[in-house]
Ligand binder design. Structure first.
Ligand SMILES: [Zn+2]
Length: 66
């Protein structure tokens, strides 16, 4: 993982593999150990794909493959 985008602190891996329910793509989720900022890697190039018509402003849900 890389340094935090917010504070530059160490980013710890929270989930190795998560599946985006809309795009069916897998990501790694990391959380900064200092400020708690979440990081998605790889960083999506077009965030609109992930917050499309189905998105109503609620918390984005991740499903961890078993
Ligand atoms: Zn941070």
């Amino acid at each position: 993982m890389t340094a935090c985008n917010g504070c530059g602190g160490a980013v710890a891996t929270r989930f190795d593999r998560v599946l985006d329910p809309q795009t069916r793509e897998e990501f790694t989720i990391g959380v900064c150990e200092q400020c708690g900022l979440g990081h998605t890697q790889p960083q999506p190039e077009d965030l609109g794909r992930y917050y499309g018509a189905q998105y109503h402003g609620g918390r984005h849900r991740w499903r961890v493959p078993s």
